[in-house]
Design a binder for this molecule. Structure first.
Ligand SMILES: Cc1cc2nc3c(=O)[nH]c(=O)nc-3n(C[C@H](O)[C@H](O)[C@H](O)COP(=O)(O)O)c2cc1C
Length: 142
């Protein structure tokens, strides 16, 4: 079993950059990870990990991506109680409403979020990449 599971959806690649950088931070902490696109992730992946990073950009009108991530989040409702988690994702023109809603939802499922949702505007620049690495290390050590 890996120390940390990182599961994400990314249409344009921005959230994917965040996910990959988070993995670098996990590695820097000396821990192991598994990185999966949500389309190939299972509820079992969530149940079998102690720490979970879940990433999705703001889509629709301030909602999660609806064909893969939204049903996945619904499916893991009963599997995240007490689990240390980081939520992350990229956004465009909004104010982060999708992430605030997502945080409340995961808390209502009993997840233990290690921080507020980590959001970056559009494509991560170097400081965004560095911040992602730092969040990965924080989650690995949480
Ligand atoms: C169909 C669609 C809907 C979007 N809706 C929002 C939105 O409601 N609020 C927002 O801040 N950004 C919105 N965006 C912008 C994306 O969140 C932003 O481009 C993000 O960087 C995409 O991440 P990705 O490259 O990982 O897919 C939307 C983008 C698309 C393509």
């Amino acid at each position: 079993m890996k120390d940390v599971m990182v599961i994400y959806w990314s249409g344009g690649g921005n959230t994917k950059i965040m996910a990959e950088s988070i993995c670098k931070g996990i590695e820097a902490a000396g821990k192991t990870y598994e990185l999966k696109e949500v389309g190939s992730a299972t509820v079992q992946d969530v149940e079998s990990c102690n720490r979970l990073a879940l990433g999705c950009p703001s889509m629709g009108a301030e909602v999660l991506e609806e064909s893969e991530m939204e049903p996945f989040v619904e499916a893991i409702q009963g599997s995240v109680k007490g689990k240390k988690m980081l939520l992350f994702g990229s956004y465009g023109w909004g104010d982060g409403e999708w992430m605030r809603d997502w945080e409340e939802r995961m808390k209502s499922y009993g997840a233990e979020l290690i921080s507020d949702g980590f959001i970056l505007n559009e494509t991560p620049d170097q400081s965004g990449i560095d911040e992602s690495i730092e969040f990965g290390t924080q989650l690995a050590n949480a």
